[in-house]
Design a protein around this ligand. Structure first.
Ligand SMILES: Cc1cc2nc3c(=O)[nH]c(=O)nc-3n(C[C@H](O)[C@H](O)[C@H](O)COP(=O)(O)O)c2cc1C
Length: 177
């Protein structure tokens, strides 16, 4: 099975998470592509696609995603399973928490793709979010590096396991050296 991770990051947080995921998924054939250098074909050529995005300026897409968005809207996702992870700040932007996840998810669904990897809202405090599938679930994984940095690795591990991946234990390997 091959896995693609297409991502964009303004201050490096989503990039860090992407790098962590690539290591955790090292048992698989994984390719990481910056959204800025992606083509439509990159969104449909993988068995499973993960999208990584942060939210900026009161609910806006991360800048590279924003530039790519008109193209993204034209992609036909029929028969494709897509999982989205998003970075945000639940306290400073409580009315727009990880909105980017919801904006991308709704486009995928509108263009006939399936969103997998819905994630519980329990453990987060925010007022509003476009990333809500319902009151109990986000469309995808929500991460908050500013306020809940210590939870990120555990959340990522759980989410990847939930998606059915067997993860590499590179943390243990590093510690035993
Ligand atoms: C000016 C500014 C605006 C932001 N706007 C939002 C927002 O609307 N919603 C949100 O959830 N997070 C918001 N954030 C938080 C970022 O999404 C968060 O810092 C994230 O980790 C950045 O990831 P990146 O480095 O991959 O771009 C904002 C941060 C800054 C500095």
């Amino acid at each position: 099975m091959n896995i693609g991770i297409i991502w964009g990051s303004d201050s490096g947080d989503t990039e860090d998470v992407m790098e962590y995921m690539v290591k955790k998924l090292s048992k698989y054939d994984v390719e990481s592509i910056h959204v800025e250098s992606s083509s439509i074909n990159d969104f449909t050529k993988f068995d499973l696609l993960l999208l990584g995005i942060s939210t900026w300026y009161d609910g806006d897409l991360q800048s590279d995603w924003e530039r790519f968005f008109p193209t993204f809207q034209k992609i036909n996702f029929r028969g494709k399973s897509i999982a989205i992870f998003g970075l945000g700040d639940q306290y400073s932007y409580e009315d727009y928490f990880v909105d980017g996840v919801g904006i991308l998810a709704k486009e995928v669904i509108r263009n006939e793709g399936e969103i997998i990897g819905n994630w519980p809202t329990e453990g987060y405090e925010f007022a509003e979010s476009k990333a809500l599938l319902n009151k109990d679930l986000f469309y995808g994984l929500a991460l908050d590096e500013g306020n809940q940095y210590e939870l990120t690795k555990d959340r990522v591990d759980k989410w990847l396991s939930m998606l059915g991946f067997i993860l590499s234990d590179f943390d243990l390997v590093v510690k035993s050296q």
